[in-house]
Design a protein around this ligand. Structure first.
Ligand code: COA
Length: 334
C-alpha cells in the first residue's frame, strides 16, 4: 500500500491513432473460408483497421502527437518514451528512438518493451516506477502494433483476429495519494512459448528463403490452448489485485481488459463478478491490436466521458510468452 509521503504516478493525458482503412468481416469472406457470423459469434470482431503506408513508429508517432496536442505538452519536456510492441520497425534501433526523433523529444531517452498483448500493462508499471522514483517528471508510455505486418492473410485461424493501432498515455507525478497507478501483479511463464509466437526471424532461426517459404515469419497461435489459460490467468490475477487493494466488484468503475476475444472478456468479467456494463469493449471496431488495446479503451472511454476522475479501474491482460497481469489504477484526469 502507498504511504502518504510517496509520489503518485498519475495518467494525465491520453492519445490514440487508428488507420483509416477498414477491413470488415465481408472482406475476409472473400479471401479465406470464413463468414461474418462465425467471426462475430466466436470473437466479437466486426471490423479492424490496417495501415497502408507506414510502420509501427508511424502509428506510435501519431498517437503521441495526439497526446501532446491534447495535453499541450512540449515534446522537449518528455523525459522517457517507452514503447510496448511486438512489431518494431526493425530489430534495432528501438521504435522508441524513431518516435523520439519524429516528435522532436530532444531531451528524452527510452526503450522498447516486449511482452506481446501484456506489453502496455508491463510498460505502464515500468513507467510508473520511473515517476515514483522522483527522478522523472514526464514519461510517455505507448502501445503500438502493426499486426498486419506479421499476419498470414491465407490463414483463417489468425488473419481475422488482428488489426493495427496505437495509443499512448502521459504519466506525471502527483502528491495526491488517492490517484494513479496502485497495486499490480504481473507474471511471465515461458513454458507457453510454443502456443503463440513467431517461429522464425530471430536468432533461434534467422530468416532464410526456407523460413519465408514455410510462412514462419507470421504469427502462429494455438487458439484453443491460449483461450483456456487466458481466461483463468486474467480472472485470477485481477481478483488477486482487487483483494490486495481491499476492493470488491461494487468499487470498480470499469474492468479494462485486453481485447483478444469477446468470449474471453465476458468469461473473465463473469469470474470476477463484474457486470457487463462495467467492462470496456471496443474489440468490435479494432480487433486485437496487441499492445494498443488497453490504452485505446482508456482513451475512448475517457473521451466519451465514461471514465471519470477518481474511478477505480482494473486493467488486465494476457498474451504470448505467456505474459499476464492486472493493475489497479485510479483515474486522475478531470
Ligand atoms: N472462420 C471459420 N472457421 C474457423 C475460422 C474462421 N475464421 N477459424 C477457425 N475456424 C474453424 C477451425 O478450423 C475449427 O474447425 P475444425 O473443428 O473443423 O478444425 C473450428 O473453427 C473451431 O476452431 P477453434 O480453434 O476451436 O475455434 P475457437 O472457438 O477456439 O475460436 C479463436 C478460435 C482463435 C477465436 C479462439 O480460440 C481464441 O480467441 N483464442 C485465444 C486468443 C487469445 O486470447 N490470444 C491471446 C492474446 S493475443
Amino acid at each position: 500500500m502507498q504511504k502518504n509521503n510517496e509520489i503518485s504516478a498519475v495518467i494525465t493525458g491520453v492519445g490514440m491513432y487508428v488507420p483509416d482503412k477498414v477491413l470488415d468481416n465481408k472482406y475476409f469472406e472473400s479471401i479465406v473460408d470464413t463468414n461474418d457470423e462465425w467471426i462475430r459469434t466466436r470473437t466479437g470482431i466486426v471490423e479492424r483497421r490496417i495501415i497502408e503506408d507506414g510502420a509501427t513508429s508511424d502509428l506510435g508517432t501519431r498517437a503521441v502527437q495526439d497526446l501532446l496536442k491534447s495535453t499541450n505538452t512540449d515534446p522537449e519536456d518528455i523525459d522517457i518514451i517507452i514503447v510496448a510492441t511486438v512489431t518494431p520497425d526493425m530489430f534495432f534501433p528501438a521504435t522508441a528512438c524513431l518516435i523520439q526523433d519524429n516528435i522532436g523529444a530532444k531531451n528524452a531517452w527510452g526503450f522498447d518493451f516486449s511482452a506481446a498483448c501484456s506489453g502496455f500493462l508491463f510498460a505502464l508499471e515500468n513507467g510508473a516506477n520511473f515517476i515514483k522514483s522522483g527522478k522523472y517528471k514526464k514519461v510517455v508510455v505507448v502501445g503500438a502494433d502493426k499486426m498486419s505486418s506479421i499476419i498470414d492473410y491465407t490463414d483463417r485461424n489468425t488473419c481475422i483476429l488482428f488489426g493495427d493501432a496505437s495509443s499512448a498515455v502521459l504519466l506525471e507525478p502527483s502528491d495526491d495519494p488517492s490517484l494513479g497507478v496502485k497495486e499490480s501483479i504481473l507474471h511471465i511463464d515461458g513454458s507457453g512459448r510454443n502456443d503463440l509466437y513467431m517461429k522464425a526471424g530471430g536468432s533461434a532461426k534467422p530468416a532464410s528463403h526456407k523460413t519465408v517459404d514455410n510462412g514462419e515469419h507470421y504469427i502462429y497461435q494455438d487458439g484453443k490452448a491460449v483461450f483456456k489459460v487466458a481466461v483463468k490467468g486474467m480472472a485470477d490475477v485481477s481478483a488477486e489485485v482487487m483483494k490486495k487493494c481491499g476492493l470488491n466488484s461494487d468499487d470498480i468503475a470499469y474492468l479494462v481488459p485486453h481485447q483478444a476475444n469477446l468470449r474471453i472478456i465476458d468469461a473473465t468479467a463473469k469470474r470476477m463478478g463484474i457486470s457487463p456494463d462495467k467492462v470496456t469493449i471496443n474489440i468490435q471496431k479494432y480487433g486485437n491490436t496487441t499492445a494498443a488495446t488497453i490504452p485505446l479503451c482508456l482513451t475512448e472511454y475517457y473521451r466519451d466521458r465514461k471514465i471519470k476522475k477518481g474511478d477505480n479501474l482494473i486493467l488486465a491482460a494476457f498474451g504470448g510468452g505467456y505474459t499476464w497481469g492486472a493493475m489497479h489504477l485510479v483515474w486522475g484526469i478531470d
